[in-house]
Design a protein around this ligand. Sequence first.
Ligand code: PLP
Length: 453
Amino acid sequence: MDQQVKYLLQESEMPRSWYNVIPDLPAPPPPPLHPGTREPVGPDALAPLFPMALIEQEVSAERYIPIPEPVLDVYRLWRPTPLLRARRLEQALGTPARIYYKYEGTSPAGSHKPNTAVPQAYYNAAEGVKKLTTETGAGQWGSALAFASAVFGLECEVWQVRASYDQKPYRRLLMEAYGAKVHPSPSGLTNSGRAVLAEHPDSTGSLGIAISEAVEMAAGDPATRYSLGSVLNHVLMHQTVIGEEAIKQLAQAGDTPDLIVGCTGGGSNFSGLVFPFLREKLAGRMNPVLRAVEPAACPSFTRGVYTYDFGDTAGLTPLLKMHTLGHDFVPDPIHAGGLRYHGMSPLLSHIYELGLIEAVAKPQSECFAAGLQFARAEGILPAPEPTHAIAACIEEALRCKETGEEKVILTAVCGHGLLDLSAYGSYQAGQVVDFELPMEAVRDALSRLPASV
Ligand SMILES: *Cc1c(COP(=O)(O)O)cnc(C)c1O
């Protein structure tokens, strides 16, 4: 145990730009379409929902976007984040593989989400916006945006998926501590929420429904904008600070990755870790396999279809070409609330179609077991979402044990699980079930896709 386990960067080595992968791809991603005309939506159509600076980033062809100084100044509260070598986990597994993890749980909200919440709040405040609305699943995104809104003097109103609102009271309390207002979704406050409640009074909610509610509220008020914690190009781009730092830290360790693994809900932490490495791969400087891990109960890559669909349940957003289970698909209430989204980032979906990344699905019991094994070796209790990536790392490390391969594996522990203890408690009490997603449920939701373009 005499080898180095922790790779730190100086503040001066923090990335000064976000990386936009689009100009480096062999083909551009398909554009969002207007649901009525089926024509590509122009930036103007997004103006009621987002500030101009973020719309420009969403459609930018620039490879690098400078990070504004006031954003860097807030990033300095917790960035650069550490890269750690999981030596005790390697020993426990008896693997010759070298496992590294980028730990994003050191942020104020405890996950990677503030990497985008901070710039989003900053650009909105700079353009005179007074209030942000958003959805949240487990509450990670809501607490990140509540924190960032407090820093830049914005009001923040959050629709939290009912299942998580009930299961995870501490995340709601954290949002409220930062000054946000939190509603369970579906709520009686919006047309979208009332429509769902009329049909399913006991609805446990979904991210798709909560997005509809937050979008509806923002669209109805000129001083309010909407903020999304994943899926969109600008969100993925803000997260590339993770991968840019990891490249420098792995170089310190003298290693290049053979395999990079991340969990995917909407795709933002995975993309943030992977895109800078994909740039290196496309330039021929390294050749890692890039593997996304999704929950078996919400498998948009591995069982969804690649087509144009709405980003929300009520159909208020533009049509996005993505891997989707259907916009009114309501996933079973698994504990990894941040992975319960019916679709996948259109940009990451496009990259998957190009064959540049691969995807696997994992049942939650295997993930909780992996999370506990990780905690007992490394000390950090991961959030339920990154346990999906950890389970895939362990699987690969055990494969290496059989073959004797000294693979270099990199992952992101994108959040800690200290506000998810009730989920671990359920698992340890034997109460966590693996939902077998019936083909019927998928076929049913897919039957209500918008007519194909
Ligand atoms: C939100 C969240 C996710 C899922 O979102 P991505 O955009 O796919 O990263 C995963 N892990 C944690 C800890 C989250 O908070």
